[in-house]
Design a binder for this molecule. Structure first.
Ligand code: DGY
Length: 324
């Protein structure tokens, strides 16, 4: 009997591939970069499942290129803004993601960025590397302290609530948040209060962004919103770059309208090395490494493979997402 065929858009941790190989033939796109559009369209042909990454746009054209056997798209990420859910559901193709297992890793990275920006780690480290560090500096590289400062969480979901808990209990930060729906259960452990966006922007000393990218959240923070932030505030984004209007953020940072920004995500990814964002000493940019720990990535690989196997067996996925 022929085995089902799975197209995997890049090498993922071996534990996930091994799980797939037990029940399916696996066609992997080789190489460090995502498949080009042509490679993707050719690679998915005749498959039963696609294991995609957030860098692969999976839309109607890809679904059509895959053909009638396609049953499931399993994204190796919690976010799934790269997938046209409606087109998939209209063709009866299930879509899955990898929630929970990367929550701690991503929350930890948001806090890493926060302290790095608050304490000017980027500039201080650059001075060590470029030789401009001459002696102990009584007035150099002074930054901010965070204990007791107000934390604003935009998007009190799994990751947002973990960032809130860590900073509330570790640094006694009062927490306010915005969310589309009631999140009182997730907010309870940090005693967070729900407010509207305007209030969050004007009251927070630190703002951390945790909303998924949707039509409603694209450029949620633009020039108008950035202008409402406090002059010493720090903005952290570990969600998706497009949630912030990047040009408006560059202007706000250049004008010292806010203290600084820490970004694990940006637009585009990767960021050209001549981007104005990289010239700013009050901005730290990382290459989207929120979930990049060994345990998180291994668990994501297993979870993504489990979704594939359930989908090709015609069963609901353990971690399935639906068009709203
Ligand atoms: C996700 O899972 O959506 C992150 O952005 C990458 O791990």
């Amino acid at each position: 009997m022929t085995k089902p065929l799975v197209y995997v858009c890049r090498h993922i941790p071996e534990c996930g591939l091994e799980l797939l190989r037990r029940s399916a033939d696996v066609r992997i796109h080789d190489g460090q970069l995502p498949p080009t559009r042509d490679e993707l369209l050719a690679g998915v042909g005749g498959t039963d499942a696609i294991l995609s990454l957030l860098s692969d746009r999976i839309d109607l054209e890809v679904l059509e290129a895959a053909g009638p056997n396609l049953k499931v798209i399993s994204n190796f990420a919690v976010g799934y803004n790269n997938i046209d859910l409606r087109a998939a559901s209209e063709r009866g193709v299930r879509v899955g993601n990898t929630p929970d297992v990367l929550t701690d890793a991503t929350a930890d990275l948001a806090i890493t960025l926060l302290f790095a920006v608050a304490r000017k780690v980027r500039e201080a480290s650059a001075a060590v590397l470029d030789g401009s560090w001459r002696t102990w500096e009584p007035t150099g590289w002074q930054g901010l302290e965070l204990a007791g400062k107000t934390l604003g969480i935009i998007g009190m979901g799994r990751i947002g609530s973990q960032v809130a808990q860590r900073l509330h209990h570790g640094w006694q930060m009062p927490v306010i948040y915005t969310a589309r729906n009631d999140k009182s259960e997730l907010a309870a452990s940090s005693k967070a209060q729900r407010v509207d966006l305007e209030e969050l922007l004007s009251r927070s000393d630190v703002i951390s962004v945790h909303v998924p990218l949707t039509g409603g959240t694209r450029h949620l923070l633009g020039a108008r919103e950035l202008a409402q932030m406090r002059s010493h505030a720090i903005l952290i984004n570990t969600a998706r770059g497009e949630v912030i209007d990047q040009d408006a953020l560059i202007a706000a940072l250049e004008n010292r309208q806010i203290f600084g920004a820490g970004l694990d995500v940006c637009t585009p990814e990767s960021l050209p090395t001549d981007s104005a964002l990289l010239k700013l000493d009050n901005c730290l940019v990382l290459p989207h490494i929120g979930s990049a720990t060994y345990p998180a990535r291994n668990a994501m690989a297993t979870r993504a493979a489990e979704n594939v196997l359930a989908g090709i067996a015609g069963q609901p996925l353990p971690y399935e997402v639906f068009a709203s």
